[in-house]
Ligand binder design. Structure first.
Ligand SMILES: Nc1ncnc2c1ncn2[C@@H]1O[C@H](COP(=O)(O)OP(=O)(O)OP(=O)(O)O)[C@@H](O)[C@H]1O
Length: 883
């Protein structure tokens, strides 16, 4: 039977397919119609979801019950839960065996004792921040109601099925208990052009692979551009794909209807920030504005409506003949995901929504051109003068209808081109989309953003309140909160007029960032100014909204704090934490060798990893990792910035339990023994060990003993594993930066959080080797290389085996076999490259030394004598000028 929700989807808006799979938490928190709740479990069994009462369930209680149930069954047999390989539908689950966590996991949680979620998280070695994030999410009333309800049902399902089947959990052929608390969400969105391109590319790659060794493939493809491939392919008939695809599509459609009956229609709600609610509406301001403090009146506008969606949740029990209990989400079948992705890709290609933006992005905008020119000038200026604020500096913003014209004037500046693979949206128009980086970046890899509003899954319940003030525990003592509050209280609202702009820090795809001082407070902020009309006309409003929504959620030492945001009739502004150290791209170039030492790289990637882990736990797939987006704080620690290309999706906390299986998956370790039993005579590692054979030879004897002990401990006492990252979320958006794009994005196969681990691998590679691994002569070649070319390491600098092994594990082209794809950041943290790193205390670690000429000369608190900017009205344009 066709789901009414599925029918409600608008044709081609594949993202809605994703957005409708919102957990029922949304329903609960919004008092939504219970019938539209996505939960379908037990309904057929007559167990009506207790929609009212379930809001009171405690996650911990439910988890405890699960653990108790597991414990009972396990202990009654005197065995731990055992994972046995099965066949059929649940076979895949056998492959999803968690790699056991080391010693630390043995404490805190155990199967023999019921444990709380908090304990479980602790035991899983999650960093405190990550733990807080997960706890916060789970203690969020909306999440609790959803997840507690779901867990309860899962619990029932486990117990009922176990009882009915008569098989205890540890008996029979398989006892993997895999519990997904919420369904995966797929943001299906595609670029027809790129999909088509890569379809051909892939066909070509396969042909090549079939006809030669990988090495010869590499050698050949290095010279073949995508256009050449396409040109050749035009003469070659497509191999029966069309018919197949149609029938596949139909089958997929049926499958989708059959397996996802709970797809719900998306709902849209207007979101008015708490700040906006609190603040009175100022007088509407005209196009002419004069001095910032006196004449600028910001009209506080309610935030644009955010597309919200509710989602269905489905938990299907495997009807395997074996006594396995597998409770897994619909999209666990990744083949299905792929099919679905393709199907939606095909469907969306008939609509213009996505492509419109893609196309519109191709055209150069006046604003962007001006911005680029000026940026070049400014970049040069930063070379010539280390002084961040010079008296001769002039920064102006011009806002004209439809276009945003940013300009920064510095006398005597020459252009300094630093285009590195710059395109956004179209390969043939790369120069039109240059992204200025202000003084910080001297080179930039522009982000590709084929994006539609539906990709952004707005979920108000996920936002920790729209007020940005005072709800960031880790920054609660920050005087900047007080400063903002003070101004708000004094003037009733916060607006542009309360800031003086000192200089432009850089401009991106959707706005320009200024170093701004809150007048009268001496506090500095990074003020991101976006032109509403420009955003609307370029269909970039969803990106701006996504960024703001994500920023509002963040509370992490390696992520920016959003202090406030306000909207006038012309501009949208984000008041963010200012990061004075520049970005890692520039910092790398300022290293004597233009590369970071391995310890320095390890430090930076470790902090980035924690930030990504936190984001994933919040249901954010970052998608745009690159050195340019890693800003350096005053204290040398990092801050991941720029979230407009991020994907919001449901977190899919998964409890993976396996036990006696001592054959831990080694596929994620790409050492010589990763794929098959080790035949290396020097390999001392037992065949069941989870590390590749290089470990015994490279790690210390103590570390080796510790490892073996922990492995043995894990063997005796296997523990359930909580994976709280969106490992199965899916999107088909074509977003990212060429050199950093994951193969699955390029191929348009649908991607999930594993793209962040791919970019993480490229990122580490670039920090260490000073270049990205697949860069071609042009963007097309780069894309082709990403998909086809095998990974190679330069001979210099000399890099440890661990570093290379980590990169190899991350840069696995198949996302399913990529390190991190199964258990997220936890998997990566355990890699020997990070051996000895104290994750919890990394904030207190001493960061790599910053070059003296870093932009740290800008005082955190400006002196009263500092230069200031004022608004100036010039014929309909809004200008800020330094005088
Ligand atoms: N909080 C901050 N502190 C200091 N500089 C910042 C801050 N945020 C942004 N910048 C600078 O401003 C520039 C523009 O940032 P922004 O996030 O708008 O765009 P972007 O990173 O260039 O990319 P995109 O076009 O994808 O948005 C950045 O390159 C960075 O150098």
């Amino acid at each position: 039977m066709e789901s009414p929700r599925l029918m409600a989807l608008s044709p081609g808006t594949c993202e809605i397919v994703e957005s409708v799979e919102e957990p029922d938490s949304v329903q609960c928190s919004r008092g939504g119609n219970p019938s539209s709740s996505g939960l379908i479990i037990n309904e057929k069994a007559g167990n009506k979801p207790m929609l009212n009462s379930r809001c009171n369930y405690s996650v911990e209680d439910d988890l405890n019950r699960i653990f108790e149930a597991i414990d009972l069954r396990a202990s009654s047999k005197g065995l731990g839960l055992s994972l046995q390989k099965g066949t059929g539908p649940s076979h895949r689950n056998a492959l999803k065996k968690p790699v056991r966590v080391g010693v630390t996991r043995a404490s805190g949680i155990g199967i023999s004792e019921p444990v709380s979620l908090k304990q479980a998280l602790r035991g899983l070695c999650l960093s405190q921040k990550a733990e807080l994030a997960a706890m916060k999410r789970l203690t969020n009333p909306a999440s609790v109601t959803s997840e507690a309800g779901t867990i309860k049902k899962l619990y029932r399902a486990v117990v009922v099925e176990a009882c009915e089947s008569g098989f205890p959990l540890d008996e029979g052929k398989g006892s993997l208990v895999e519990i997904s608390l919420v369904p995966e969400k797929s943001a299906l969105h595609s670029s027809e052009k790129v999909t088509e391109l890569l379809q051909k590319l892939r066909t070509k790659a396969l042909d090549k692979t079939a006809h030669g060794s990988p090495r010869s493939v590499v050698a050949t493809t290095a010279k073949v551009t995508v256009s050449q491939i396409l040109a050749q392919d035009e003469t070659v008939p497509e191999p029966m794909e069309v018919g197949d695809r149609t029938s596949k599509k139909e089958m997929d459609q049926k499958e989708k209807v059959k397996t996802i009956p709970s797809l719900s229609s998306s709902s849209t709600g207007n979101k008015v920030s708490a700040l906006d609610e609190i603040l009175p509406v100022s007088k509407k301001v005209g196009s002419k504005l004069s001095t910032p403090e006196l004449r600028q009146k910001d009209k506080q506008k309610p935030d644009s409506s955010l597309s919200s969606s509710s989602a269905g949740s489905k938990i299907s029990n495997s009807n395997s003949t074996s006594p396995r209990l597998v409770i897994k989400p619909v999209f666990r079948n990744r083949n299905f995901v792929r099919k679905k992705g393709k199907q939606v890709t095909a469907a969306s290609s008939s609509t213009s929504g996505t492509c419109n933006e893609f196309d519109s992005d191709m055209g150069p905008s006046t604003g962007k051109l001006v911005c680029r020119t000026q940026n070049s000038a400014q970049k040069n200026a930063s070379k010539e003068s280390a002084s961040p604020v010079s008296s001769s500096t002039s920064v102006s913003i011009e806002v004209s209808s439809g276009n945003m014209d940013f300009s920064a004037k510095k006398p005597g500046l020459s252009s300094n081109s630093r285009n590195r693979n710059r395109i956004v949206g179209a390969e043939d128009n790369e120069n039109s989309r240059s992204r200025g980086k202000g003084e910080f970046s001297q080179s930039s890899k522009s982000s590709i953003g084929e994006y539609s509003s539906s990709t952004s899954i707005s979920d108000e319940s996920n936002l920790s309140g729209s007020s940005c003030v005072g709800n960031r525990p880790h920054m609660s003592k920050d005087i900047r909160w007080e400063a903002i509050r003070h101004v708000q209280m004094q003037y009733g609202s916060l607006g542009l007029r309360h800031f003086k702009l000192h200089k432009r820090l850089g401009c991106g795809d959707i706005g320009t960032v200024y170093l701004a001082e809150l007048i009268g407070t001496n506090c500095l902020f990074a003020l991101k100014v976006m032109d509403n009309e420009f955003l609307e006309s370029r269909k970039k409003m969803p990106r701006a909204q996504t960024e703001r929504e994500i920023l509002q959620m963040l509370d992490h030492p390696f992520l920016p704090t959003l202090y406030s945001h306000f909207t006038t009739d012309k501009l949208s502004c984000l008041v963010m934490e200012y990061c004075p150290g520049g970005d890692l791209h520039v910092l790398r170039q300022r290293q004597p060798t233009r590369t970071f030492s391995e310890p320095a790289a390890r430090f930076y990637v470790a902090e980035v990893l924690l930030a990504l882990e936190y984001l994933h736990m919040l249901g954010v797939i970052y998608r745009d990792l690159k050195p340019e987006n890693i800003l350096v704080r005053e204290d040398g620690h990092i801050m991941l910035s720029d979230f407009d290309l991020s994907l919001r999706c449901a977190v899919n906390p998964t409890l993976l339990t396996s036990s006696s299986s001592i054959m831990e998956p080694t596929k994620n370790f790409s050492g010589p023994c990763a794929e098959s039993p080790c035949i290396d005579p020097f390999c001392l590692q037992p065949s069941w060990a989870q590390v590749s054979c290089f470990s015994p030879r490279l790690i210390s004897a103590t570390a080796k003993t510790r490892k073996l002990k922990s492995d043995l401990a894990a063997q005796v006492s296997p523990l359930p594993q909580l994976v709280a990252e969106p490992t199965t979320a899916r999107s088909n958006s074509f977003v990212g930066t060429h050199e950093y794009l994951a193969p699955e994005i390029i191929k348009g196969e649908g991607h999930g959080s594993a793209v962040d681990w791919w970019t993480f691998g490229i990122f580490l590679y670039e920090l260490i080797f000073g270049k990205t691994p697949f860069k071609g002569l042009g963007n097309e070649e780069t894309l082709a290389n990403v998909v086809i070319q095998s990974l190679k390491f330069p001979e210099s600098p000399m890099v440890s085996f661990q570093a290379k092994d980590l990169i190899r594990g991350l840069l696995v082209k198949d996302p399913e076999n990529r390190l991190g794809s199964e258990r997220g950041a936890a998997e990566i943290k355990q890699h020997p490259f990070f051996e000895g790193l104290n994750w919890a205390l990394i904030r207190c670690a001493i960061p790599p030394e910053l070059p003296k000429f870093c932009d740290l000369g800008v005082p955190f608190m400006l002196s009263q004598e500092s230069k200031r900017l004022e608004f100036k009205s010039t014929g309909g344009h809004l200008e800020f000028e330094l005088f």
